[in-house]
Write a protein that binds this ligand. Structure first.
Ligand SMILES: NCc1[nH]cc(CCC(=O)O)c1CC(=O)O
Length: 313
């Protein structure tokens, strides 16, 4: 076992590399002598940077190549930001470990303004996330939302170049890259409900690799795993694989799980929200039943418009 080298497939963005190195270090310190190396790869999502993700195949673009590498035995594991992991996995692969969650919030970043509420009428806010666009517009319908894609560094560069008055990024990504000082206002869940899994790092591998799965258990954080399970169950019941304005955020208060969810029209004109509180061992059922309540409460019509096809049954 110890002479085997475990290979982590990773994208090459600074954030992806940080996360892969984090898992590499944690694996090596949990299992002294273990050999772990990175296999850097370029994915379609990294190449196509100028088109909204929903139009080019969604977030799955970032993980497909990594999964192919594991299936072809060119790599053994992949490290993902949980919010970029689609609901389904290819045959033979699965998510086996979820690490402790970092800051799950969205962050308001600006040179001239300290908060969303301080932005002047008609200010330009950068984001390509329909979820962020929806919630920002619901609070401030006067703001102009402008597309913003690329790595965290690229996005900050566009803000610095004056293309936007403010941009919205994940707090966790900024913190990991040592850029926490760029955060002017961490957005509370009441203003911007985070994306499913935001702030959590997950590890995918071949489900028959029992040696690796055993080694990875040292990195699993059960409280985070329970929260993300509830959030993903909600998303699974709602989503059809397309990028949609869905927020989902779970917190543990002792053994009680508090799950909040929202689905909204991209322009913020309609928002359907709900919540569940229940025992932690009901995480999945709570996610599913919250999704059903949202669907009944108007999410079905919102999603139908966004999918422009069949909504979930
Ligand atoms: N969509 C890209 C992405 N995927 C994960 C993070 C941040 C880290 C995390 O949520 O764990 C980011 C950057 C961002 O949204 O600002």
């Amino acid at each position: 076992m110890l002479d085997k080298i475990f290979r982590i497939a990773t994208r090459q963005s600074p954030l992806a590399l940080w996360q892969a190195q984090y898992v590499q270090q944690r694996l090596m310190s949990a299992h002294p002598g273990l050999r772990v190396e990175l296999v850097p790869m370029v994915t379609k999502g990294d190449i196509i940077l100028d088109t909204p993700l929903a139009k080019v195949g969604g977030k799955g673009l970032f993980v497909k190549e990594l999964e192919q590498a594991m299936l072809e035995n060119r790599a053994d594991l992949a490290v993902h930001s949980m919010k970029d992991v689609p609901v389904d996995f290819p045959e033979g692969l699965g998510l086996v470990t979820i690490c402790e969650r970092d800051d799950p919030r969205d962050a308001f970043v600006s040179h001239h303004y300290a908060s969303i509420d301080e932005l002047p009428q008609g200010a330009i806010v950068g984001t390509s996330s329909l979820r962020r666009q929806c919630q920002i517009s619901a609070r401030r319908p006067d703001l102009v939302i402008k597309t913003l894609r690329g790595n965290v560094g690229t996005r900050l560069g566009k803000l610095d170049a004056g293309e936007y008055d403010a941009i919205i990024l994940a707090a966790a990504g900024l913190k990991r890259l040592g850029l926490a000082d760029r955060i002017r206002q961490p957005l509370p869940a009441e203003i911007s409900l985070p994306a499913v899994g935001q702030g959590a790092v997950g590890i995918e591998c071949r489900l028959d690799d029992t040696t690796l799965i055993g080694l990875l258990q040292a990195l699993n954080h059960e409280d985070t795993a329970v929260c993300v399970k509830a959030e993903r169950a909600m998303n699974t019941r709602l989503e059809g694989g397309c990028q949609v304005p869905i927020g989902s955020f779970a917190l543990l208060e002792g053994d009680q799980l508090w799950l909040r969810g929202m689905v909204g029209a991209p322009d913020g004109s309609v928002m359907v929200s709900g919540e569940r509180r229940g025992p932690r061992d009901q995480a999945e059922q709570m996610g599913t039943s919250l999704a059903e309540e949202l669907l009944e409460g108007g999410a079905r019509e919102i999603l139908r418009d966004v999918y422009q096809g069949q909504p979930p049954a």
